[in-house]
Design a protein around this ligand. Structure first.
Ligand SMILES: Nc1nc2c(ncn2[C@@H]2O[C@H](COP(=O)(O)OP(=O)(O)O)[C@@H](O)[C@H]2O)c(=O)[nH]1
Ligand SMILES: [Mg+2]
Length: 371
């Protein structure tokens, strides 16, 4: 394979795989005052009592009915009793928001209330996806299990919803005793489904960046890349495809930890540095140095490509997590060599094992903890 072919394959694959960092996510959190919308938002974003994003509990009669949280220029969350309150604002920004709401979180509490149906329908009409969340499930803690189950089915019936998530998000009210425990339940399931949805529309990374704990998402990026590399080893142009996978994963990790978009050529120029050969070596020569120059790889080369990709991405994750700049060649090289040893057991894995998302996730987590 020649440099020209490599570039051609690489550029095409890079374009296919790269997330669109210019996208926007709009989220509407809708529910009555005091339903726990602010608390839920804090819990979803993994905030603690001491660093909430949304102020909990304080409701003065004069505050406006809507609160907007602009997490960055890509992510806007609006918290309100109903979309009509957003319409009433009637600004350029609210119009844009209303025209493209990705996700609606409809927050309810207590026993079923048919008067909420029109609000819910309005939300459904205006969002790509709506999730109904019954908050304050601790209200049923002392009752028979069936009491909670029947309230859930009543809510489903009055709203015409097929799923109701149950959550508890108690603990963010500054009026609470310092020693009172946080009581967070059901939020992981909500978060998981939010991410599945955002993944489908290619926007999950824009949201993940705002989580306090980025480890899980970072491991997901590495797992996806390793499965891709294993599959790409046997297709024509494999070295270029594998390089594109590596570059996209590096760019994604970089965005997750820093919020900055690393451009393609900067990411490409990092690759040879893992081998400590930064001067004059192109990504093409780097790929050739560990992959045979044929168009199609063999099984042994696949194992090497997987280990090297793991070591590279684990290194990038480690460096970013620890707040170091990526440009430090010596640090890249030393950390890369450490992770190459740690990752050597990946060499003997079958493609099927590498493509089993759950297993590979657990394995990567274990390997990362070894370092
Ligand atoms: N018992 C209980 N109280 C909660 C729960 N979630 C929030 N709260 C409390 O409900 C009150 C209103 O919460 P807040 O998040 O400000 O609601 P919002 O007006 O919808 O934003 C606060 O005192 C919260 O501490 C919960 O799951 N259970
Ligand atoms: Mg609130």
């Amino acid at each position: 394979m020649q440099q020209n072919d490599f570039d051609k394959f690489f550029n095409r694959a890079h374009e296919d795989k790269s997330p669109n960092f210019d996208e926007h996510i709009n989220v509407a959190v809708v529910g009555k005052v005091s339903a726990g919308k602010s608390s839920l938002l804090n819990a979803i974003l993994e905030r603690g009592r001491s660093d909430p994003l949304a102020k909990v509990g304080a409701h003065s009669g004069v505050t406006t009915k809507i609160t907007a949280y602009k997490l960055d220029k890509h992510v806007l969350i609006i918290d309100c009793p109903g979309l009509d309150d957003v319409r009433a604002e009637n600004s350029e920004e609210t119009k844009e928001f209303l025209d493209s709401i990705d996700l609606g979180l409809f927050v309810i509490t207590g026993s079923a209330d048919a008067s909420q149906k029109s609000n819910y329908d309005d939300l459904k009409r205006n969002c790509k996806k709506v999730m109904v969340i019954l908050n304050k499930i601790d209200e049923w803690d002392d009752l028979e299990e069936s009491a909670y189950e029947s309230v859930v089915s009543q809510w489903k019936e009055v709203l015409g919803a097929n799923k109701v998530y149950g959550t508890c998000t108690k603990g963010y009210d500054p009026k609470m005793r310092q020693s009172a425990p946080m009581d967070i339940r059901g939020v992981d399931e909500v978060k998981g489904d939010i991410f599945d949805f955002l993944e489908k529309v290619g926007k999950s990374i824009l949201f993940a960046r705002h989580l306090k704990n980025k480890e899980k998402y970072a491991i997901g990026i590495i797992a996806t890349a390793l499965a891709a590399v294993a599959g790409e080893a046997f297709i024509p142009g494999s070295a270029a495809y594998i390089t594109a996978t590596q570059v996209v994963a590096i760019t994604s990790l970089h965005y997750l930890y820093t919020g900055q978009i690393l451009n393609k050529s900067s990411a490409l120029s990092l690759l040879p540095q893992f081998a400590g050969q930064s001067i004059g070596m192109t990504a093409f020569l780097w790929a050739k140095s560990f992959l045979p120059p044929t168009l199609v790889l063999d099984l042994a080369a696949m194992g090497i490509a997987v280990v090297i990709t793991f070591a590279m991405l684990a290194t990038v994750k480690w460096i970013l997590e620890n707040g170091h700049p990526l440009e430090q060649g010596d640090m890249l090289k030393d950390t890369f060599n450490d992770f190459k040893k740690v990752g050597s057991e990946l060499k003997d894995m079958s493609i099927d094992d590498l493509k089993n998302k759950h297993n590979i996730y657990e394995l990567i987590k274990r390997l990362l903890a070894k370092q």
